[in-house]
Design a protein around this ligand. Structure first.
Ligand code: ATP
Ligand code: MG
Length: 427
């Protein structure tokens, strides 16, 4: 389907004139929008405000995919939104947003929608939390027009609006034609936008991998030119962005692309970036094997364990009869730079150490089934053990021992829902 209805003889549509696609020209139907999001949009509209769906939801629905969440933008201020919805809360210190909560019997945790007021592209001056504290009126200067709101977003395909008033799609940034042509393009000057927020560099690669789009030339040039700034991104922000990645199974692809464009050395610890090509096949296996829904904690520990694996195997080959405390110490050592970069929670670091200690037990032929299988991270360890051995024709004797055990492991395991037999499928 072609969404780009811009007249061919007018390639320079004025920036204040958005391209508008009416309902008959695009596939977004209210049926595909979460009913609670529709309710919010209508309540805003019926109270006289502009209300749009924005961001990933519009992009995904235009592509025929199911959106992960439905972000809403409006010209109502956070206070006005708060007044309209009893079940809401204003959040954020600098730029204030409203969260609207929906509780239902099906879900234990409430469903949350984020409602933002149209905002201007930020400048460093306006972004200064301290000066806002001193002059609260500055905060209002962050609000802007729909067009400004579109232009402060990252990529053209992420800046489309769906207008509940007439069901049209509004495009201020030529995002529809990029969506048609499967292109990731940063909005505005690439160097400025990537320097302003280097996380956008990872997001460019991420969306290219996830959607199988190509990155426009100037955009990727900007990514490479500004990649050095990734090393300054705070750990918490980096981890937050990566957590979104895990559940979408695009970590291996992102690492591959980051290697290709020589960007990994700026956001990964040096040793990990250097060995990353060896870790990628294992990460691919993880992504193929593990179910994704709500599983990002499980995936995170596996992915980090895989990232440090090449370095660990170089130091201690798996088949060697090494002392486990030496392995544990080395794992801890290898996790230090990872932790500095991503602020891994302590329980994840413990989990990864346990995985390695179990993996080396398996490697040296420990066959105490009951003892091993009762350990929390045994499934993960056996996963790595089979993955590594599947890469070689010569399998150790104890490999077939564990294969024979897999049925009974399913019965005895504490890790419910994980199928040990699948680990040996194809052997
Ligand atoms: P996903 O399906 O992963 O949620 P998304 O596009 O909705 O994709 P979010 O991280 O949920 O991504 O962000 C919502 C929207 O906010 C984006 O579509 C984009 O318009 C804007 N956005 C997010 N991060 C940035 C950023 N770093 N710089 C500029 N705009 C951003
Ligand atoms: Mg989103």
């Amino acid at each position: 389907m072609t969404f780009s209805h811009k007249p061919d003889d007018d390639p320079q549509t004025s920036p204040s004139e958005p391209v508008i696609i009416t309902r008959s020209g695009h596939p977004i139907s209210r049926k595909n929008i979460d009913p609670n999001a529709v309710k919010i949009l209508y309540r805003l509209k019926n109270s006289g405000f502009t209300a749009y769906l924005a961001g990933g939801a519009v992009r995904d629905m235009l592509l025929g995919d199911t959106p992960a969440d439905f972000d809403i933008v409006t010209n109502a201020t956070p206070r006005q939104v708060k007044r309209l919805f009893r079940n809401s809360r204003i959040i954020g210190r600098r730029f204030r947003l409203v969260h609207i909560f929906f509780h239902d019997r099906l879900h234990t945790t409430p469903q949350i929608f984020e409602i933002a007021t149209f905002r201007r592209p930020f400048t460093l001056e306006q972004d200064d939390a301290e000066s806002i504290k001193e002059q609260p009126e500055l905060a209002n200067n962050l609000f802007g027009t729909p067009q400004e709101d579109a232009s402060r977003r990252d990529f053209t395909i992420n800046a489309l609006f769906y207008n509940i008033a007439d069901f049209s799609v509004i495009d201020h940034v030529n995002g529809l034609s990029d969506l048609d042509n499967q292109i990731i393009r940063i909005i505005g000057d690439p160097d400025v936008r990537f320097a302003e927020d280097p996380v956008r560099i990872l997001r460019a690669l991420e969306f290219a991998c996830r959607l199988n789009f190509s990155i426009e030339d100037e955009t990727i040039r900007g990514c490479q030119a500004q990649a050095h700034a990734l090393s300054e991104v705070p750990a918490s922000r980096l981890r937050e962005e990566l957590k979104g990645l895990y559940s979408k199974k695009t970590t291996a692809a992102l690492l591959e692309m980051g290697n290709h464009y020589q960007i990994n050395q700026y956001w990964l610890p040096e040793e990990i970036a250097a060995n990353c090509a060896e870790a990628i096949p294992v990460i691919k296996q993880i992504e193929d094997f593990f179910p994704t829904a709500d599983n990002s904690k499980e995936l995170e520990k596996m992915l980090v364990a895989a990232l440090i694996m090449p370095g660990i195997f170089k130091k201690f080959p798996l088949s060697d009869n090494v002392r486990l405390n030496l392995v544990q110490e080395f794992v801890e050592e290898s996790l230090k730079p990872v932790n500095q970069r991503f602020n891994l929670p302590r329980f994840q670091r413990h989990a990864i150490k346990d995985i390695y200690s179990l993996l080396y037990r398996l490697g040296r032929g420990d066959k105490r089934v009951k003892k091993l299988v009762s350990r929390d991270h045994f499934f993960a360890a056996l996963f790595f053990y089979t993955t590594i051995n599947n890469q070689t024709a010569e399998k150790p004797d104890h490999f077939s021992f564990w294969q024979r055990q897999s049925e009974s492991l399913n019965r005895n395991s504490r890790a419910k829902g994980l199928d040990y037999s699948r680990l040996f499928a194809g052997n």
